[in-house]
Design a protein around this ligand. Structure first.
Ligand SMILES: [Zn+2]
Length: 419
């Protein structure tokens, strides 16, 4: 009976929402705007340092996302009502040799340098934060708070001392691997499959050292078995800084329901990735497919990666053709509604205390209606539309992640030596 009543009621509500939404929109938008402005908003993963390190990118300018391919700068953070962001010092997986590790370390330190120099040069607009308290204090001055994370443990090589160095440079989380296995652990997307069935012996040491330092362990990108190893071994909560729910979009980068439950039990948090392919599987249109095929035939290549093997002049021509093709047959992107379906699922499964936002902007993150950081308010609007309270939304925007940050800091055993 109760069930019947509830389903009838929700059917009525759905119908009502459908018919009155147009009139309600102004009130809803006003409410959402108020909540969004008041909440301390944090995104836990952006690859913006790549642009800073490359040079020629002005983070103080309001860049156009469509023509520059940049999704984050300070004016757009202000427009999108985003108070704080984690800049990821990211390195793709390279050769797992002593030379490869040495090059990776060097490159990571260069990227740190680019971030610190940029912060120094833009100190009227942004400042480095290493704790929630610092971020909130920076926010009160009207500046953007910039946290630092490291994406890919490959950057430390076999040198655990690098973790201390990264921590001292401001790093507060490290993603253990990227799209391939490294010497620390198995990745979720390595075509070769599992190597260690989880963490390697070095990986176990890394987890212990990160616990000791009070550096958050990021389980985005790791394989399922690595995830469970980390959960078992870590003495403090862990996070997935940019991942989604596999039940909503079946991609190896997303977390299964069982993993989400384990993460909640651990006290951790999953921050929703807005990379369209991880949000919703949208098959390309037949027209786009045909145009791609014609382009491959023209350049005598098998797929997009084949472009890289062409001589430079040919490559340039192929790239220009590809950009034209993209304009003519754009990739269809998932929407804010699709993204909030992940939040809905996760909240239903593990509660409101374990979800947040980590869009992966500048690393592929982009939705049709949250294409860059300036459109972040659309996420709050959809949350309000679905009945989330101000308190819920504040937890999603930073409350949950900051709880984990504080727990990891409090749980650190700094003085205890590794051995
Ligand atoms: Zn990533």
């Amino acid at each position: 009976m109760k069930y019947l009543f509830r389903s009838t009621l929700s059917a009525c509500l759905a119908a009502a929402t459908f018919t009155v939404s147009a009139q309600d929109d102004a009130a809803l938008l006003k409410k959402a705007k108020k909540i969004h402005d008041k909440a301390f908003t944090l995104d836990t993963h952006a690859d913006t340092p790549m642009l800073l390190a490359r040079g020629g990118f002005d983070i103080t300018k309001d860049n156009d996302a469509r023509t520059t391919n940049s999704k984050v700068d300070y004016p757009r953070m202000v427009r999108g009502g985003l108070d704080a962001i984690f800049f990821a010092v990211y390195l793709g997986q390279g050769p797992r040799t002593p030379e490869g590790h040495e090059t990776a370390k060097k490159r990571a330190l260069e990227i740190f340098d680019a971030v610190h120099t940029s912060l120094k040069n833009t100190s009227s607009m942004a400042a480095l934060a290493t704790t929630p308290e610092e971020a909130i204090k920076i926010g009160k001055t009207g500046k953007r708070a910039i946290f630092i994370g490291v994406e890919n443990g490959y950057t430390i090589g076999h040198d655990l001392g690098m973790l201390q160095k990264f921590y001292d440079l401001g790093t507060r989380y490290m993603t253990l691997c990227h799209s391939s296995n490294n010497d620390i652990c198995d990745s979720s997307t390595d075509p070769k499959g599992a190597e260690y069935q989880g963490l390697s012996p070095l990986g176990e040491q890394v987890v212990k050292e990160m616990n000791r330092l009070g550096m958050i362990i990021d389980v985005s990108h790791v394989s399922d078995s690595t995830f469970y190893d980390v959960i078992r071994l870590s003495k403090v909560p862990v996070v997935a800084t940019h991942s989604g729910a596999k039940a909503i979009c079946n991609h190896p980068r997303n977390l299964t329901d069982d993993m989400l439950k384990a993460l909640a039990k651990n006290g951790g948090v999953v921050q929703l990735n807005l990379l369209s392919d991880y949000v919703k599987t949208i098959p390309p249109s037949a027209e786009r497919e045909a145009a791609m095929k014609a382009l491959y035939t023209k350049y005598n290549i098998k797929d997009r990666r084949g472009m890289m093997t062409l001589p430079e002049a040919e490559q340039q021509k192929a790239r220009a053709d590809f950009m034209e093709l993209n304009k003519k047959f754009p990739v269809q992107l998932a929407t804010v509604r699709d993204a909030i379906d992940h939040i809905d699922h996760m909240v239903k499964l593990i509660g409101i205390d374990h979800v947040g936002m980590g869009a992966d902007f500048d690393g592929g993150g982009a939705l049709a209606d949250c294409f860059d950081v300036s459109q972040y308010e659309n996420m709050t609007i959809e949350l309000v539309r679905r009945g989330y309270s101000k308190k819920d939304i504040e937890k999603i925007w930073s409350g949950n992640f900051f709880r984990v940050m504080k727990a990891v800091e409090k749980g650190k055993t700094g003085e205890v030596s590794l051995k």
